[in-house]
Design a protein around this ligand. Structure first.
Ligand code: ADP
Length: 442
């Protein structure tokens, strides 16, 4: 039998013996057993009272004394309390370490509750966002009053970030990201990106200035080379060959400079996007007619206008983006291949597909294709003249129009570049109906 119970049984036996003894002496057995039973009960009440006192306020180490099952009960509760105490100490230590670590974080960190109320924040948040202890429980939107931030908070698109100036430190640029965690809790992290933004501006300004300064000498050089190339018979053929090469390279440099200037203009965001109606079907017809005029042999180009929808945006930018895609498709597809340009509805929005039966692009290149100067090193591609800026320009134009550029390609089969525009940019009634059959082949 379990030992505490053995001790308890001996206590019961003792009570019974006491009852028998008292009964013998007084000749009142019932009273004697009742009395010994009451004494046994009293013993339990005393131990229970000690336990209560100990649990209410006694130190864990001051374990009360008891016997029988009470000794075991006291010991088990003592072990439980000691374990709890140790766990509590560990938690406090961890919390302390967490507090020290977050306080040392250079980024402002704020814990937000389900109604955007502030639950907790670190020292950097006091410094960079101007939060005070009294702001706990206040809605963050009431304290950081920037339309961009309010929009970000309301739309809860946490894949993106939002940039705001610091409300307390002059010239400090912050980038805010919200990370959801747990149940309805969110962590707001504000990072100081002043230096980063400054470096970006220096880079953009440098590229813009250099490109701008190169324009004039290049135009002069090209003009002289054109004149030299036109002087037939006066210059030996060997020299003329050199001048022609020089002119080709000048044209290439000019297209690089123009591309860089366009990219800088798009990246800077200094020019707000015009909200004009752009007749895309007419634009695509024009682009497809223009590529037909290219001097080299080109594949068949089919234009399929399946919708008459138009867009709102910048006509020049859209023209440059669409033309880049069509020219690329024509450039990289062999003359016996086919290029299909398709304008169609997609849900609320519209979509342009430029599909070709060219050499295709390996999957590993696809994510990097829209980086500036990225060119795929495959036969028939790298040899073609190009700046590697075309797709970077397309991506920027799409971003400015709230559209998405999708690229699908299979090596040896062809590629499809798609521009997907949202419904908010689409105009359905304002454009003339497409031509008969909704499709035209050029
Ligand atoms: P580039 O001036 O070199 O054409 P882009 O930015 O327009 O610069 O294109 C980047 C690279 O993507 C190209 O060098 C080419 O390797 C690849 N590419 C673009 N379009 C196509 C296409 N339709 N088919 C195959 N490769 C393509």
């Amino acid at each position: 039998m379990f030992s505490p119970w053995r001790a308890e049984l001996s206590q019961i036996l003792l009570a019974l013996l006491l009852g028998a003894f008292l009964g013998q002496v007084t000749d009142h057995y019932a009273f004697a057993f009742w009395l010994s039973g009451m004494l046994y009960l009293l013993r339990h009440l005393v131990y229970a009272q000690r336990l209560l006192r100990w649990l209410r306020g006694g130190r864990v180490s001051e374990l009360p004394q008891g016997d029988g099952i009470w000794e075991e009960i006291y010991y088990l509760i003592y072990r439980l309390r000691r374990r709890n105490k140790r766990r509590k100490k560990q938690l406090i230590r961890m919390l302390e370490r967490f507090r020290t670590a977050t306080a040392a974080l250079p980024d402002a960190t704020v814990v937000l509750g389900p109604r955007d109320e502030i639950d907790w924040f670190n020292e950097a948040a006091e410094r960079m966002l101007g939060l005070r202890r009294g702001d706990i429980g206040q809605k963050i939107g009431n304290l950081l009053r920037y339309p961009r931030f309010t929009h970000y908070l309301r739309h809860a698109d946490y894949q993106t970030t939002v940039g705001i100036p610091s409300p307390t430190v002059d010239n400090l640029q912050l980038e805010i990201r919200i990370v959801p965690y747990g149940e309805d809790l969110r962590l707001l992290v504000a990072q100081d990106v002043t230096q980063l933004r400054f470096m970006e501006r220096v880079r953009t300004d440098f590229v813009a200035n250099v490109s701008h300064e190169l324009r004039t000498p290049l135009t002069v050089l090209k003009g002289y080379l054109e004149t030299l190339n036109d002087t037939q018979g006066k210059i030996p053929e060997a020299y003329l060959k050199i001048f022609r090469r020089m002119e080709e390279q000048t044209v290439r440099m000019q297209s690089l400079v123009d591309g860089l200037l366009s990219l800088t203009r798009l990246e800077s965001g200094a020019h707000p996007l015009p909200q004009k109606r752009v007749d895309v079907p007419a634009l695509l017809k024009l682009i497809c007619e223009e590529v037909k005029l290219l001097p080299e042999a080109i594949p068949a180009v089919e234009l399929r206008l399946e919708t008459n929808a138009c867009l709102t945006g910048a006509e020049q930018e859209l023209r440059s983006a669409f033309s880049n895609l069509v020219v690329n498709a024509v450039k990289y597809t062999p003359p016996q291949g086919r290029v299909t340009v398709r304008w169609r509805d997609e849900g609320e929005g519209v979509r342009l597909d430029v599909e070709d039966t060219g050499p295709g692009i390996a999957q590993e290149h696809l994510p990097r294709l829209t980086e500036r100067f990225y060119r795929v090193d495959v036969e028939g591609s790298k040899n073609k003249s190009g700046s590697g800026l075309g797709l970077a320009i397309v991506r920027h134009v799409m971003v400015r129009h709230g559209a998405e550029l999708k690229i699908a390609s299979t090596l040896g089969k062809g590629s499809c570049f798609s521009c997907c525009f949202p419904g908010t940019r689409t105009l359905r009634d304002a454009c003339p109906a497409p031509e008969v059959g909704c499709a035209s082949a050029l």
